[in-house]
Design a binder for this molecule. Structure first.
Ligand code: SAM
Length: 278
């Protein structure tokens, strides 16, 4: 009884909702466009709903699973295969470039039906590891998928949209209703593919500055730029008005109306202002 309670708690803590729809599993694996020479890194393989179909198409699969009981289960089911290894660890502690290199590959395809409680951190980790990733097919909470793929002009557009779209070409694939999982989650999920682009859609001069400006603007997303960004120029409204005018942006707009290109133009205007002052 105690063991069962512990197991249920662990399952909840680790966001364990297992995919039980084989058609959806097949669609996810197909969307990953895995070739016979590819290394696949799977985040949270769980009971192996995606691992089996991935092994059928990949050269090699490395699963990263935090739950030791599920690692043992996977080893039992497929451990005899030389093309699968299961690492029992927290994905957030994994160094993807080192892992891919240690497997003897230059790049990997990433697949994961992500545990919802760490989705944000994992997405950040994946974006940082983009140099060793070809593409990622992820299943995430539907709202998160909307934010990742949102274009300017709507309530879903924000820092996450910009972070993802600056480094990848995201494509929403399909929705997965709660009944596709066991136990049934309270939320809807969506699958999406991120293609890691070698050429970013916008050439950002200084990513640190770019994201400082974007974050400052979205910290109070209901406020106009003239109010949120003025802190970056010591409150001088005339300077901000000049920067915005140079960027072709109306300072009365809210951040959700501003494209990545326009944010970059604002950054360049701010850099020119700092240079003039120096
Ligand atoms: N891929 C399986 C499927 O589609 O049925 C399982 C998906 S389930 C939503 C998430 C999986 O991630 C679980 O197996 C869970 O134990 C594992 N997990 C949770 N947190 C993790 C972490 N920090 N690192 C690695 N795996 C984790």
């Amino acid at each position: 009884m105690v063991a069962r309670t512990r197991r249920i708690r662990a399952a909840k803590r680790l966001g364990q909702h297992f995919l039980i729809d084989p058609v959806a599993a097949g669609r996810i694996v197909e969307a990953a466009r895995v070739g016979a020479n590819d290394l696949v890194v799977e985040i949270g393989p769980g009971r192996g709903a995606l691992t089996g179909p991935l092994l059928a198409v990949a050269s090699r699969v490395v699963g990263i699973e935090l739950d030791p009981a599920l690692c043992a289960l996977l080893q039992q089911a497929c451990g005899h295969r030389g093309d699968l290894s299961v690492l029992n660890c927290d994905v957030l502690k994994v160094n993807f470039p080192e892992l891919v290199q240690s497997e003897g590959f230059a790049r990997a395809v990433l697949v994961g039906n992500l545990p919802y409680q760490v989705t944000g951190a994992v997405v950040e980790q994946i974006l940082d590891a983009r140099a060793v990733l070809t593409r990622a097919v992820l299943t995430v909470q539907r709202e998160v998928a909307r934010r990742m793929t949102a274009l300017p002009g709507g309530k879903d557009y924000g820092v996450l949209s910009i972070a993802v779209q600056l480094r990848t070409r995201p494509e929403w694939l399909f929705d997965l209703p709660p009944e596709h999982f066991s136990p049934v989650p309270r939320v809807h999920s969506s699958a999406l593919r991120l293609d890691f682009t070698s050429e970013p859609p916008v050439r950002v001069e200084d990513e640190r500055v770019f994201f400082r400006v974007v974050r400052t603007a979205f910290q109070q997303r209901r406020k106009m730029l003239k109010n949120t960004l003025s802190s970056l120029v010591g409150g001088q409204q005339d300077v901000l008005a000049r920067v915005c005018s140079g960027a072709g942006v109306d300072p009365l707009l809210r951040p959700e109306a501003i494209s990545m290109e326009q944010f970059e133009q604002i950054c360049r205007g701010l850099a020119a202002y700092s240079q003039d002052r120096a």
